[in-house]
Structure formats: C-alpha cells, structure tokens
Design a binder for this molecule. Structure first.
Ligand SMILES: CC(C)(COP(=O)(O)OP(=O)(O)OC[C@H]1O[C@@H](n2cnc3c(N)ncnc32)[C@H](O)[C@@H]1OP(=O)(O)O)[C@@H](O)C(=O)NCCC(=O)NCCS
Length: 320
C-alpha cells in the first residue's frame, strides 16, 4: 500500500529538527525505550550527515508534517545508506519505500561499486524491504564497546608515540595527510575515500582524526567522533571509521590503542567501535582487547559480494 498523500523531497536545513524528532521516535519505538524521543541521547546523526553532503538526504512529508527521512554517506566508491526512518504512526503505508526511491536513484546515478547498509538481522520487515532493492545480507556487524579503558592510559597526556591528531598538524600539512589516508583506504577497497568525513569532523567540530605513523608516513587512520552533537554523544568516543593496510595486524592494534588513549584524554568513559564479523583478525583482536557487543546488526550489500568485509581487512565501521 502506498500513502498517496505523502510526498518525498530533498531535505533542507528547516527540516532537520523535525526529521531528527522522527528519527529518534522511530528507533526509540523499535527498541522499546520508555521515552522513545531520548534515543541516542545528545548524539546527532542526521544533522551531521546532511551538513556533510545533502545530496542523498530526503524527507517524506504528509499534511505538512515530516513523517520520515533517509540520508546516506558518499565514501567514494562506497555508498552507505541510512538511516531510513518513518514515524511509527505512519508505518506500513509505503512511506519507507517512497523514501528509498530517490536514494536508489542517487546510487544509480553515482554508480558506486558498493552500496551497503546496517540493519536488524532478526527483522523480517527490514530484510524484506532491503532485499527488494537488491541488497543482500552478509556477515553480522557487532557494534562493540569497551568501558574499561586501560587505567595506565588515564592521566597520560597524548595518544602515544605511534600516532598524532590531524588537528595538531599545521594547516598546510593537512591536505597531504588526507591524501595519505586516502591511499590507505584505497588499499582496503579500491576507491574507498573518507575525505569528506575527515573534513566534516574538522569543520563541524565533531571530534578528531587519529593518524597512525609508521616511519615518516601514515599507515592508518581513525575518524573519531566525541561528545554532544556528534555521532558519539556525551561521554563516548565513537570510531566512525578506521583502517590500516590489509594484513597489518600490529598496526591495527596500535591504532586501537591510540583511540583508547584519545578516549582517556577526552574523558570519555566508553569507546564504541563496530567491526564486521568477516574481518576476522580485526574482530578477534577487539574481543581479546576486551570489547564486547552492545548491539548486533547485519551488513547488506548491493551488489552481493564481500566488499571489504574480508578476513585480511583491519577496519572498523558499523554503518549505523
Ligand atoms: C523500517 C522502516 C523505515 C520502514 O518504513 P515503512 O514506511 O513502515 O515501510 P513500507 O511500508 O514502505 O514497507 C514495508 C515493507 O515491509 C513489509 N513488512 C511489514 N511487516 C513485515 C513483516 N513482519 N515481515 C515481512 N515484511 C513485512 C511490508 O509489507 C512492506 O513490503 P511490501 O511493500 O513488499 O509489501 C520503519 O519501520 C522504521 O522507521 N523503523 C524504525 C527505524 C528503523 O529500523 N529504520 C531502518 C534501519 S535499517
């Protein structure tokens, strides 16, 4: 059934507050929170994604009310779709499908090598909806967190001898650092490019980018959101994306440690870092370091295939 009174149009700045309200209500209801509107606390997802790139962001409007939205992230050759949310009062009327339409048009027009999303593997509704657009369930993506930040790290200034922060570099050196990050992510998946996300962290004040140093060069990086208004929320350091070159298990552990140190330096009590289960070495290493799953989703890919969810890939991201 399609709600013929609903229309979909590009998201504008005036829509952000209403779209955010629906986003929290939809997920808060899905998770059965006592007050659904408090879902994700003071973290912000839609505002940052729209500010970073409004092109794949759309709202559904009915009776001059925002009743749903969809956003996405352009990571070069990879598109991450979501979140898609519909006001629970308007669920199952085809509004989710109305919102998928322009998002799928955007994917087709840009010709991404891989489009992916994170959804709930135990929900027949979610899997059915996305399968009908050609997304295929892959491995699980546990969203991991660590509460017990190593006490040795507390009170220790800085993020360790193996890493530094993009914000500490002189402005003239930052473009070269971003290019070096691009070379590392390109080794993970051809064309994977987090440049917009790195810039968004800097320009929107969402956190910082950790640069892993190896000799003179950059051998890995981690995009870290922290605090209210970012995708982390207060008291949390959220690793939105991180990687080293394929097979660099030792470098990955140094990068995770630098993120732990950054969390300690910033006074965060929790470090959140999701890893797809197919990245076997990375996942096991995180478990051994004490990370545990808070939430388990599934990665869905279009077209079907592993993408960069492969055993030798040492990368962190959860696509929520
Ligand atoms: C997921 C969500 C966006 C879907 O929006 P919606 O407007 O209700 O979806 P639509 O009505 O367009 O489509 C739902 C589809 O699921 C089907 N469906 C509904 N319940 C189902 C069930 N229990 N089992 C299987 N399919 C089901 C519907 O029949 C429809 O498919 P059809 O068009 O082939 O008949 C909405 O439920 C939501 O906001 N949920 C909370 C937030 C969330 O989980 N977002 C997605 C995160 S990945």
């Amino acid at each position: 059934m399609t709600d013929s009174a609903a229309v979909v149009r590009p998201m504008g700045s005036d829509d952000l507050a209403a779209a955010d309200r629906v986003y929290r209500l939809a997920f808060g209801t899905q998770f059965g929170l006592p007050d659904p509107s408090r879902f994700r606390g003071d973290a912000q997802v839609l505002r940052g994604r729209w500010t970073t790139d409004p092109r794949p962001c759309f709202v559904a409007e009915r009776d001059r009310r925002i009743v749903g939205s969809i956003v996405g992230m352009d990571w070069g050759s990879v598109f991450v779709l979501g979140p898609l949310t519909v006001d629970p009062a308007y669920a199952d009327r085809g509004i989710g499908r109305l919102l998928m339409r322009p998002a799928m048009d955007f994917i087709a027009a840009r010709g991404f090598a891989l489009a992916g999303l994170f959804t709930f593997p135990a929900s027949p509704k979610h899997v059915h909806l996305y399968e009908s657009y050609g997304f295929v369930p892959q491995h699980l993506t546990p969203v991991l967190s660590s509460v017990a930040l190593d006490s040795r790290l507390r009170g220790n200034d800085g993020i360790g001898e193996h890493a530094n922060l993009l914000s500490d570099l002189p402005p003239a050196a930052r473009a070269a650092a971003r290019a070096a990050c691009r070379a590392v992510s390109d080794a993970v998946f051809p064309g994977l490019d987090l440049t917009h996300e790195i810039e968004a962290i800097a320009t929107q004040g969402l956190g910082d980018t950790v640069l892993l140093r190896d000799g003179g060069g950059i051998s890995g990086f981690a995009l870290c959101h922290g605090g209210a208004g970012s995708e982390a929320g207060s008291g949390v350091l959220f690793v939105k994306f991180a990687c080293v070159r394929p097979g660099d298990a030792a470098g990955f552990m140094r990068l995770v440690e630098a993120c732990e140190r950054l969390a300690a330096v910033r006074g965060a009590s929790r470090l959140v870092a999701g890893v797809n289960r197919a990245r076997d070495g990375a996942y096991r290493a995180m478990r051994e370091r004490g990370f545990r799953a808070d939430l388990i989703g599934v990665a869905m890919h279009r077209p079907d295939g592993a993408g960069y969810n492969r055993p030798e890939i040492y990368a962190i991201d959860d696509w929520r």
